[in-house]
Design a protein around this ligand. Structure first.
Ligand SMILES: Nc1nc2c(ncn2[C@@H]2O[C@H](COP(=O)(O)OP(=O)(O)OP(=O)(O)O)[C@@H](O)[C@H]2O)c(=O)[nH]1
Length: 798
């Protein structure tokens, strides 16, 4: 047995090494062979030696193999981690195979919450179905906040878990553990989608059978791509008039540029929608029972046989385009078996090259279970997704995390929530096991914290557990941290990248109506800010106002309302303000001297250099190019501080600066009168002077806006948009609806929702998403500057 196994031994690759150890533990190789391999491998040698020391140099066969595996596991080396991933332990592999972490994301009102309610019911997690805005007035399980139930919208993502039993190909029941997050559709709550997708392994993208791909579907698609999240698609609302799943599939292909094909065809449509034909097994599936809890399978009805064959052929062809194995079979004209087809769809979906499309009606309790089968069949388990961390102990080298329970713990806190029992921190465990009572370390500040309580969340309810294994999601009480912090066991110096946080674009002043509420007001502000990184609060010293900013009017309205309901604080708010920015005009040199030397300790600082645009309207930059020590390091540091402070409040209208670079290349220092403070102030003064001289501009946020309304209102809506100075980029006309894609300044869009409602008899809808900053029109700039000057003058008078 030695020689073939030895042939596989690659002394340099640690992946080979761990494989070798495995062979050895199975008795194929000699211990000397494994030890030599371990000692020659830079990735494992130090850890191996220390393990050997503990083991007392015993080098018998299985001891050496275990030592290598243990060393590889404990070693922070990328390769050894990769090796384990390539070579999953069969017990761990079997456990992970039964876990799915998925999110449900879609455009507003597509039926995410309704579908999740069915999933919870069919998996036995809840005993009865309650609908969003349902007649029983209870509301869906996942919309647990009163405000969500009243408005019928999801505001916060909610996590839950359930077990789904699916028969394997031998007809044996297999139980899958599904962690599920239902996310909001409104763009104002987009951070909830960002953080959910950051930690999930797969997603169900829901589309409306009538509207197909909508503006938020495009945003969700972008977010899924950002975090490499594979998805299956579910065309919901097949019972609605005008339902057409094939149009939705065409749009996924064309608009999202994601190869998609139906894995089902509908049996009937609109109010005659009865069920689906499964194109993999070529069977018809119907839901029976009061809430569709049972499935009945029959042969395909004759009238649908042709359609099913055609669509199956299209499915195979689309998958063959993105999967080599299927391509080979397709070219050889070999008809794939159900298992082969399923495996190819799975490979292509996980490789982010394809999305299989399911269809049904969540509200009518039809065809939700086959979509759940799809989650199991086509979405990855935690070991099939690459999760990387940076090893801070090794120059931030990137390391693959291995979802083994036995390895050192690594987890990411992705969401914080205040609850009646204190702060609740949602954690995705990427590696190792999180145990109640254990200590974990926050990688950001290296603080040790004890884990007092671990729970699994079921919307707003929780179930206490003592430990959570790798690849799972849980929530922990009593840990003080920020959203996006990485936790480890303390030995590893790993940290994981956080999620993308978009900048707020809208703000308003706010204060409690009654001064007795000040304490509660501050408490609420602190909490909301901690929970939601897109909600910011700051106190403007000049105007002596508290300013809140966020992603849109709805976002801020919801917080004002929550303040009233949850903290009993009634607030007064100012007019919503746009988050303008200021930017420099052109290259402008400066030579500025700050000098006060009249008796006592004086102030002296001279800074020279130039300011210029960075080229992109993004981060500001400070650079020092001082040679010869005319300004010392210490003072240059103070200059940078001065620059950063200046960027916070621009000279034109007091808004933040963007796209501006300052270079200090010379200056002068006085032996006794120079100080850090003097250099900081000199830089601020130089900044102000040069900035104003450069012919700067005010920038305003430009919003991508999508308006949909019934066709008869097209003219009115266009007129409305034109009046608000929008640039219309595209118009799509559907059967009885049209969609307009436009760019509008945020400033021009205040109050648009009520105008649109009035112009379309309440039938028009729109979404608005920040796109980029652009120079505001000259008359707007003038107005803003004049307003700012007046406000300053008024304050000075006081
Ligand atoms: N006809 C029909 N209506 C549905 C279906 N599924 C959901 N709805 C309705 O569509 C509306 C929106 O459903 P939700 O489940 O709240 O949608 P959502 O995507 O979770 O909404 P947000 O989270 O606010 O974006 C509700 O009135 C549902 O009753 C369906 O299959 N058919």
């Amino acid at each position: 047995m030695r020689s073939p196994a030895l042939a596989r031994l690659n002394y340099r690759a640690v992946s080979g090494l761990t494989r070798t150890a495995r062979f050895q533990s199975q008795g194929f190789l000699s211990s000397r062979c494994v030890s030599t391999a371990a000692l020659r491998s830079p990735g494992v040698a130090p850890a191996y030696q220390s393990v050997l020391k503990q083991w007392g140099q015993r080098r018998n066969a299985s001891a050496a193999a275990s030592a290598v595996l243990e060393a590889a596991a404990a070693s922070p080396e990328t390769l050894s981690q990769a090796a384990i991933i390539d070579n999953l332990d069969p017990v761990e592999a079997a456990r992970l195979d039964k876990v799915r972490n998925i999110g449900i994301a879609a455009h507003i009102d597509s039926g995410k919450t309704t579908a999740t309610e069915r999933v919870l019911f069919y998996t036995g997690r809840i005993k009865a179905i309650h609908d969003v805005r349902g007649r029983d007035g209870v509301g869906a399980k996942m919309d647990s906040m009163d405000l969500e139930r009243e408005k019928g919208i999801t505001i916060q993502s909610a996590a839950t878990f359930c077990d789904w039993v699916k028969k394997d190909k031998d007809g044996v029941d297999q139980k899958y553990h599904v962690n599920l997050i239902d996310t909001p559709g409104h763009i104002d709550f987009t951070i909830e989608v960002e953080r959910a997708l950051r930690v999930l392994d797969g997603a169900v993208m829901i589309l409306c059978a009538v509207s197909g791909v909508q503006s938020q579907t495009i945003t969700v698609d972008r977010q899924m791509r950002r975090y490499n999240v594979p998805r299956i698609s579910f065309v919901n609302k097949m019972d609605r008039m005008g339902a057409n799943p094939f149009k939705a599939i065409e749009q996924i292909n064309a608009k999202l540029k994601m190869p998609a094909a139906a894995v089902q065809v509908p049996i009937g449509a609109e109010d005659e929608f009865e069920g689906v034909v499964d194109l993999i097994r070529m069977k018809a599936i119907y839901n029976v029972g009061e809430s569709g809890e049972e499935l009945k399978e029959t042969e395909i009805p004759d009238k649908l046989k042709k359609l099913a064959e055609e669509r199956r052929a299209m499915l195979i062809e689309t998958v063959a385009d993105v999967d080599d194995q299927m391509a080979e079979m397709f070219l050889d004209e070999v008809e794939p078996t159900a298992d082969q087809l399923r495996a190819a769809i799975r490979r292509a979906t996980i490789a982010l090259k394809f999305t299989p499309v399911f269809m049904g009606s969540a509200l009518a309790n039809k065809s939700v279970q086959p979509m759940l089968d799809g989650v199991v069949d086509y979405l990855p388990n935690p070991s099939e997704v690459e999760n990387l961390a940076l090893d801070q102990k090794r120059n931030e080298a990137s390391v693959k995390l291995v979802p083994y329970n036995s390895l050192p713990f690594v987890g990411l806190a992705f969401k914080l929530e205040e609850s009646n029992f204190g702060q609740l921190t949602y954690i995705r465990v990427y590696q190792g096991t999180l145990r109640k009572g254990s200590n974990v370390f926050n990688a950001r500040n290296n603080k040790k914290v004890k884990v007092p309580r671990i729970v699994r969340m079921h919307s707003n309810e929780m179930e206490e557990v003592t430990e959570i294994g790798a690849g799972e999601i849980c929530a922990v009480f009593g840990i003080d941290c920020a959203s996006g912090d990485t936790f480890t066991d303390g030995q590893l110096g790993y940290s994981m990248s956080s999620m993308f946080v978009p900048e707020p674009v809208i703000s308003l002043s706010i204060k409690p109506k009654q001064s007795k509420d000040a304490a509660n007001f501050s408490k609420a502000m602190a909490r909301f800010q901690r929970e939601d990184p897109t909600f910011r609060v700051f106190y403007d010293n000049e105007s002596e106002q508290t300013i809140i900013s966020g992603m849109g009017e709805l976002h801020l309205d919801i917080y004002v309302e929550r303040m009233r309901r949850e903290y009993h604080v009634d607030c007064e708010t100012g007019q919503p303000q746009v988050a303008y920015r200021e930017t420099i005009g052109s290259h402008t040199p400066f030579d500025h001297l700050l000098k006060k030397q009249t008796g006592g300790a004086g102030d002296y600082a001279r800074v020279m250099g130039y300011m210029e645009p960075t080229g992109a309207l993004e981060e500001n930059q400070f650079e020092q190019q001082v040679v010869g020590g005319s300004i010392s390091e210490k003072y240059l540091f103070a200059c940078e501080k001065g620059f950063n402070l200046s960027c916070e409040k621009g000279p034109l209208i007091g808004h933040k600066i963007l796209g501006t670079r300052m270079i200090i290349n010379d200056g002068a220092t006085h032996m006794t009168d120079s100080s850090e403070m003097a250099f900081k102030i000199a830089t601020q003064q130089a900044f102000r002077k040069a900035f104003i001289e450069s012919q700067p501009s005010v920038l305003e946020p430009l919003m991508k806006t999508v308006v949909t309304a019934p066709s008869e209102f097209q003219g009115d809506v266009i007129a409305l948009l034109n009046k608000r100075g929008a640039t219309i980029n595209d118009t799509e006309t559907g059967v009885d609806e049209f969609t307009i894609y436009a760019d509008c300044s945020l400033n021009g869009m205040f109050g648009f929702s009520s105008n649109l409602r009035a112009a379309t008899q309440g039938k028009g809808e729109y979404t608005m998403e920040f796109s980029h900053y652009e120079k505001a029109p000259p008359h707007v700039q003038k107005e803003l500057i004049a307003k700012h000057l007046k406000a300053q003058a008024d304050r000075n008078k006081k």
